[in-house]
Write a protein that binds this ligand. Structure first.
Ligand code: UDP
Length: 374
């Protein structure tokens, strides 16, 4: 059997391990520097409240890809869950993403869908033809006032820079709707795993040919991988090359944890749009599992900051300076014929869980196809 090394036990690594293990032709070592599997999707029950906590922040599974949805459902039960986010701005609670309720409340109107659409179009900056930045995208599609209220402050806190420095793609993640649909996502399928994400990933890795080593710090290009036929690397691309060309910019988040009796905020996620409030959002995790009963609650204020060397990278900033550094690392990657880079950190892209799974399934299939001819 051929030996394969997988660096990282998040979704990318687990999907590769599962697909290769199922062929019966590979012996797979999975290593992760943390003391748990699941990467940033890791979930764990809080010992005091018994609430299932998303240890690295809220993860709501959503996809329109039927293959991905069917695949993930092989590894656990997903309960229906619709993420309905609220946003507080100047002491008022609004519905997020921007929808007819948000528009009517914000402007003190009672527009129907087409009136609202015309109104918002009249607010939008029609001189912007091809929006490149976050700010241009917002000004064109929702206008200055809604932009300043719901996106400017939040985004500055989240990304630590003016929204004019950020790409339009970040804002394109959020829909704008002219009806009362307040579902945060547009996808066909959405849910939360009944037993958490770590149980799903555990099941993916649960195979006699897969050996997991936790607390193992992989050394990147300095690691001796001579015994392996192939390596799948899902860690940060710059770390693999010992930061030879410099560090890529990431935002990280940290949480302040609170417990209380009963229900703290009545919703899973509430965003705080005002720049003066230092946190971006508050998440109360028992609302991610409305089918469970908990008399107590645990909730977190989420703060964002620049990633330092000891922090866990979360959000790739992808500023111009980062993209130039990335090109240098990517040209090194093309010289490596037995290492595949995949996942959010190894490709330095802002990917969701469903993107990660889709790409890992494709990557595993391509690898198996090529390897069958070797
Ligand atoms: N955003 C914002 N206000 C909000 C929610 C989101 O300005 O109330 C912006 C912010 O820049 C954020 C981006 O939209 O980074 C994408 O939001 P999303 O909810 O997709 O971020 P994630 O859940 O990945 O943190």
């Amino acid at each position: 059997m051929k030996k394969v090394l997988i660096v990282g036990a998040g979704f990318s690594g687990a999907v590769i391990a599962n697909t290769l293990a199922n062929t019966g032709n590979y012996l797979i070592d999975v290593v992760d520097e943390r003391n748990h599997i699941g990467g940033n999707c890791h979930t764990e029950r809080d010992p005091l409240t018994n609430v299932m906590v998303h240890k690295y922040g809220p993860h709501i599974f959503h996809t329109s890809n039927e293959k991905v949805w069917k695949y993930i459902n092989l590894f656990g039960v997903f309960k229906p869950f619709i993420n309905r986010v609220k946003s507080i701005y100047k002491g008022q609670v609004y519905s997020m993403p921007i929808n007819l309720h948000t528009i009517n409340q914000f402007y003190g109107k009672s527009f129907g869908p087409s009136e609202a659409k015309r109104w918002i179009e009249s607010q939008g900056d029609s001189t912007i033809n091809d929006p490149k930045t976050f700010e241009e995208q917002a000004k064109k599609f929702v206008g200055e006032k809604l932009y300043k209220a719901f996106f400017y402050g939040y985004t500055k806190k989240q990304w630590g820079t003016e929204p004019q420095n950020l790409p339009a793609s970040i804002l394109k993640r959020l829909p704008v709707r002219f009806n009362y649909d307040d579902n945060y996502y547009n996808d066909t399928y959405q849910g939360i795993p009944k037993d958490g994400y770590t149980a799903i990933i555990q099941k993916m890795l649960d195979h006699p040919n897969v050996k997991i080593s936790l607390g193992y710090r992989f050394l990147g290009e300095k690691e001796d991988v001579g015994e392996y036929h192939h390596v799948f690397y899902t860690g940060p691309i710059d770390a693999y090359f010992s930061f030879r060309y410099g560090r890529l910019g990431y935002r990280t988040v940290y949480f302040k944890e609170y417990r209380a009796d009963g229900d703290y905020q009545g919703n899973a996620v509430i965003n705080f749009a005002d720049e003066e409030i230092p946190y971006t959002r508050v998440h109360e995790h028992k609302h991610f599992t409305p089918w469970e009963n908990h008399s107590e609650t645990i909730y977190f204020e989420e703060y964002s900051k620049e990633t330092e060397s000891s922090d866990i990278p979360y959000y790739p900033k992808r500023l111009e300076i980062d993209m130039n550094i990335l090109k240098l690392y990517e040209s090194e990657v093309t010289n490596l014929n037995k290492v595949t880079f995949l996942g959010r950190l190894a490709t330095y892209r802002y990917l969701d869980m469903h993107h990660i799974i889709e790409e890992a399934l494709d990557s595993a299939e391509k690898f198996l196809e090529l390897d069958s001819h070797k």
